[in-house]
Write a protein that binds this ligand. Structure first.
Ligand code: FMN
Length: 191
């Protein structure tokens, strides 16, 4: 019988932009047959960690604040030390995404923090395998992976626009693709 995979998308979003990205990750996860995804707000996850034990994969999402993860997401990370002590999340699939207002914005620091966190838990980190977009004279902001990330999915949201306007469709499509990649990796890891 084909196994069913369960993936949680644990995210923090102060003003809604990273939530849009999280929703695209969820749509990508859910597009893969045999995989069920769910959004879990980071503060709620920190308050009740046990439901995460049952999941096969976790995708971490945070805005980049001051060059790294937000305090809202860090609270979840620190609360998870109880699970670290038990090795409860060992061998789950993991990935991460982040969003910020600047093109670079030091977003790599956020994904690095998440990948180290996943490694501490003994999780299996899945990077983004899309080639970098918008890095040649033929490129544009409409390219997938226009941020040129490898560690996870990045998005950029204009500082003066709400989450109904930004990030771009290309960033949402990049997140969708990444969600499907993590779902497929989870199925392969389980079988
Ligand atoms: C406290 C704080 C720190 C921020 N630091 C950065 C930063 O280091 N780099 C950047 O590009 N944008 C930074 N921003 C902008 C946010 O990353 C951006 O507005 C993002 O879209 C917010 O996502 P959210 O709506 O999910 O909270 C910062 C915003 C706040 C509130």
């Amino acid at each position: 019988m084909t196994k069913q995979a369960k993936i949680g998308i644990v995210y923090h979003s102060g003003y809604g932009h990273t939530k849009v990205q999280a929703e695209s990750i969820l749509a990508g996860v859910s597009s893969v047959d045999g995989v069920h995804g769910q959004l879990i707000e980071a503060e709620a996850a920190a308050a009740n960690l046990d439901p995460l034990d049952d999941l096969d994969g976790l995708v971490f999402g945070s805005p980049t604040y001051m060059g790294t993860i937000s305090a809202g997401f860090k609270g979840f990370m620190d609360a998870s030390s109880a699970k670290w002590m038990e090795g409860a999340w060992k061998n789950k699939i993991a990935g991460g995404f982040t969003n910020s207002s600047s093109q670079v914005g030091d977003k790599t620091g956020t994904l690095q923090a998440m990948s180290v966190f996943a490694a501490q838990h003994g999780m299996i980190w899945v990077g983004l395998d899309l080639p970098p977009g918008n890095n040649s004279s033929l490129g544009s902001d409409e390219n997938l992976n226009r941020m040129g990330a490898s560690l996870g999915a990045m998005a950029q949201s204009m500082a003066d626009q709400g989450p109904d306007e930004t990030p771009t469709k290309s960033d949402k499509d990049t997140a969708h693709y990444y969600g499907s990649r993590i779902a497929e990796a989870t199925l392969r890891w389980m079988n």
